[in-house]
Design a protein around this ligand. Structure first.
Ligand code: SF4
Length: 434
């Protein structure tokens, strides 16, 4: 049996695409391996969101080129967002590549490999489609307890710094019945937690021609599936969150008390330059409504520091919003120009040193807030879905609470795969010890 090694870079959507690739290749007779030296085919599923991610993938492929120089029969494929973005140019940078496959042509990977094997020619397919481009049901997942479930692909928002609409294409929703049947199948196989994936799940259903296929309706359908205990979703654009969706928190028992809700900046001037289409005030109103509806809801966010023209005053507005909201966790990034985006037309004028200082200041602030929020949970009871042995200390078990916090448990080996209620004994900024 031939072996394939798929290395994933980037977000959950890429992880999910890698699972589909693994399924398609299993059907074509390929067994998975995590050893490069044992593989007949190596695929890099790449990310374009930051320059550092691109450099990493190019560096990795150059390394694999050396392996191919020793084993010319090895097939090397470049997939994902970088493949869609750089297309034929990749063959110039990496002349030993066998094929380049864009984000919407995953289903062609087995065929591209076969052609590469026969003809040893450069092969590329980066064409785009109007309909939902992959059959998600073939995905092969590592564990069965939790699953990513894509519900849409692409994005129509064109935030000025973001490359996603250019590499993932326009927004296309997956038919509701396909999602529901996949989640039923997952539940039958023992899955207890699903995370619905989309660049902006709030606009799910657009273009499906079915007025009943909305995101809140989809959540209701999934909430009815026996065996599923927890439902989460990412990502939710603040401009599109509806009153109906807010109302689902605290109403649908399986919808977890957790929302990833990217604000990106606290300054209205910067938000407008980013083309985010909301103000900090509007965002704060939504947070107030969410907390009113579901007082225990945990919130996480994404923030970019050092967007072109960001002044100290703009930055302090971000600090103020972070203090006001007190997120449970935050992903903080330094702005970097992405070729082809609207922001690339602006001078990247915030010095790296200033970006670094702002980044560090927000990381420190968030750590303090996260520690305080977790500390406040000490003595309370939390529900934990036990996942398996802790990587740091295999004698302990680890899992997540409904609020998406990492929990570490002693003596819980027999409870893997079960939901249990435990008291929080102590806490750090990132972990609850129960
Ligand atoms: S909503 Fe904005 S940040 Fe998110 S994927 Fe779309 S363009 Fe990028």
């Amino acid at each position: 049996m031939k072996k394939v090694y798929i290395k994933n870079f980037g977000c959950q959507m890429n992880e999910s695409d890698s699972e589909v690739m693994a399924g398609l290749l299993a059907a074509a007779g390929y067994a998975p391996t995590d050893r490069e030296d044992a593989a007949d085919v190596i695929i890099l599923n790449t990310c374009s969101v930051r320059l550092s991610a691109e450099n990493k993938a190019i560096g990795k492929m150059r390394e694999l080129g050396k392996l191919k120089a020793k084993r010319p029969e090895l097939i090397l494929g470049f997939c994902g967002c970088m493949a869609q973005k750089h297309q034929e140019a990749l063959f110039k940078t990496l002349p030993f590549l066998d094929f380049v496959c864009g984000t919407q042509q995953i289903r062609r990977i087995p065929e591209l490999i076969e052609q590469a094997r026969k003809n040893r020619e450069y092969l590329i397919d980066v064409s785009v489609m109007d309909e939902y481009p992959v059959d998600q049901s073939v995905a092969v997942r590592e564990g069965m307890l939790k699953a990513w479930v894509p519900i849409m692909r692409g994005c129509d928002n064109y935030c000025s710094y973001c490359v996603v609409p250019y590499v993932r294409g326009r927004e296309v929703s997956r038919p509701l019945k396909d999602i529901v049947s996949e989640v039923r199948r997952l539940a039958d196989g023992g899955c207890k937690e699903v995370t619905l994936l989309g660049q902006n799940v709030n606009s799910y259903g657009k273009g499906l021609g079915d007025t009943k296929a909305t995101f809140p309706r989809l959540l209701e359908h999934l909430n009815d599936i026996a065996g599923i205990e927890r439902i989460r979703f990412v990502t939710s654009h603040p401009k599109d969150i509806s009153a109906e969706l807010i109302a689902q928190f605290g109403q649908l028992p399986k919808l977890c008390e957790y929302l990833h809700f990217p604000i990106q900046a606290g300054s209205d001037r910067i938000l407008s330059l980013m083309n985010r289409k909301y103000t900090a005030g509007h965002y704060l109103d939504i947070v107030a409504k969410l907390r009113d509806r579901c007082p225990g809801i945990a919130l996480s966010t994404d923030i970019i520091v050092g967007y072109p023209t960001e002044t100290e005053d703009d930055f302090q507005k971000t600090v103020e919003v972070m203090r006001l909201i007190a997120y449970d966790s935050a992903y903080i990034f330094k702005y970097s120009t992405r070729e082809g985006t609207a922001a690339a037309g602006r001078t990247d004028d915030v010095p790296l040193k200033v970006k670094e200082e702002r980044n560090q200041a927000l990381l420190a602030l968030q750590e303090k807030i996260s520690a305080e929020k977790n500390q406040a949970l000490v003595g309370s009871q939390v529900e934990i879905l036990v996942e398996g042995a802790s990587k740091r200390n295999p004698a302990r078990m680890t899992g997540r609470t409904r609020q998406n916090k990492i929990a570490v448990l002693e003596d819980a080996a027999a409870l893997a795969g079960k939901s249990i209620v435990k008291e929080v004994r102590r806490a750090t900024a990132v972990t609850l010890y129960c």
